[in-house]
Design a protein around this ligand. Structure first.
Ligand code: MN
Length: 132
């Protein structure tokens, strides 16, 4: 099963995303970690296809974590979506510059995020089933 990693320090926000996976029956395994440091340590063993990355984290930021992931050949192909509470002009650009593929604004729109994850999983499945 496809693995998705959520990096989010806030328990309530973690629970919201967990609920989306549970109630929308999203066909992926979700792992939650609370910091960028933990994500960098564990990402290769978790081997997620998608990372939902909170930007504001207690240690290194989500954008810095993403930069490190994108610098490492072993992890740079993992798709990263930044989750940002600062839905201001320029934030999308900052996330893109750090290597984030898309961004999601807080408060998270549950239906929108569920749809986007489903679309991602469909595209990801069809990519993988194509012959080499
Ligand atoms: Mn946070």
């Amino acid at each position: 099963m496809t693995h998705i990693l959520l990096v989010e320090d806030n328990d309530l926000n973690q629970a919201v995303i967990e609920d989306i996976f549970e109630f929308d029956e999203i066909p992926a395994e979700l792992t939650c970690l609370g910091s960028g440091e933990e994500a960098l340590e564990q990402v290769e063993s978790i081997a997620p296809s998608l990372i939902l990355m909170d930007v504001t984290l207690p240690g290194i930021s989500g954008l810095e974590t993403t930069r490190k992931l994108k610098e490492n050949p072993a992890t740079r192909d993992i798709v990263v979506w930044a989750i940002t509470a600062h839905a201001m002009k320029g934030d999308g650009q900052k996330a893109a510059e750090a290597g984030c593929d898309q961004y999601v604004t807080k408060p998270v729109n549950i239906k929108d995020l569920a749809d986007r994850i489903r679309t991602f999983l469909n595209e990801h499945q069809s990519l993988r089933s194509e012959p080499c």
